[in-house]
Design a protein around this ligand. Structure first.
Ligand code: SF4
Length: 239
């Protein structure tokens, strides 16, 4: 079990390595409705793939209403190459339909006036909602503190020792991460975690030798040298 000091040291190392490696990329500020849809695009994939899908949605259709009345198969092309493309398309259509039925518009900015907790609760009632999407909107549009976490990202935070292996309760995981990571660094942590998960910390044969967390990651440190330095060259980086 990693100590709090070890966790903080690892986080410091991640933040400084990320800063040195690239310009921090802030997520595009979006209204609540669009951020929710972006969250559906972003769950389980890289930023590049999500950006591409979201841009295709916005540019390929006249407006949100056209997407709402589109057949799911027309939207599936938008998510081509992503896991669960059909399900994502269904979620986008069902979300827009639910919003339209309840507000006769495509505007959820009224949620900004509610407290973050109340707004998150309302968002979680949409059929298309997942904990990842709700946390994404809370973090990026509602000014709250939440760390979006899909299953692959959860695997990474456990390998990093930020969350103990035996902790599976989503609320306990959120609470622990919110305690460890300051609110102001939440979006940056999300980008770092997503990048590590998508580019290095694959389920099989994680590419520890290239990972920016390697020097402090307890999993990399405890793995046999040959396993810890596995480099998988056959993986094509997602768009
Ligand atoms: S060092 Fe290896 S195990 Fe640790 S986060 Fe990176 S890829 Fe995953």
């Amino acid at each position: 079990m990693a100590t709090t000091t070890n966790k903080q040291r690892l986080l410091n190392q991640l933040f400084s390595a990320y800063k040195a490696d690239s310009e921090p990329r802030e997520a595009e500020p979006l209204p609540v409705l669009e951020q929710f849809i972006y969250g559906i695009c972003r769950e389980g994939v890289s930023r590049e793939m999500a950006d591409h899908a979201f841009a295709t949605l916005r540019e390929g259709f006249f407006d949100w209403n056209e997407i709402r009345v589109s057949a799911t198969r027309e939207l599936e092309d938008v998510f081509e190459g992503m896991p669960h493309a059909e399900k994502r398309a269904q979620r986008v259509v069902s979300f827009l339909q639910e919003v339209f039925e309840s507000t006769f518009s495509f505007d959820l900015e009224g949620l900004q006036k509610k407290g973050v907790k109340e707004a998150a609760k309302k968002l979680s009632r949409f059929e298309a909602a997942t904990p990842f999407v709700v946390c994404w909107v809370v973090q990026h549009s509602l000014g709250g503190h939440a760390i979006p976490m899909d299953p692959a990202m959860l695997r990474t935070v456990k390998r990093l020792g930020l969350i103990d292996d035996n902790v599976d309760d989503p609320e306990a995981i959120q609470a622990a991460l919110e305690h460890l990571i300051p609110k102001s660094k939440g979006p940056q942590f999300t980008e770092i975690l997503s990048e590590i998960t998508q580019d290095y910390c694959w389920e099989d044969s994680p590419n520890c030798s290239a990972c920016l967390a390697a020097s402090e990651c307890p999993t990399a440190q405890s793995a046999p040298a040959d396993a810890a330095t596995t480099v998988r060259t056959s993986r094509v980086k997602p768009r």
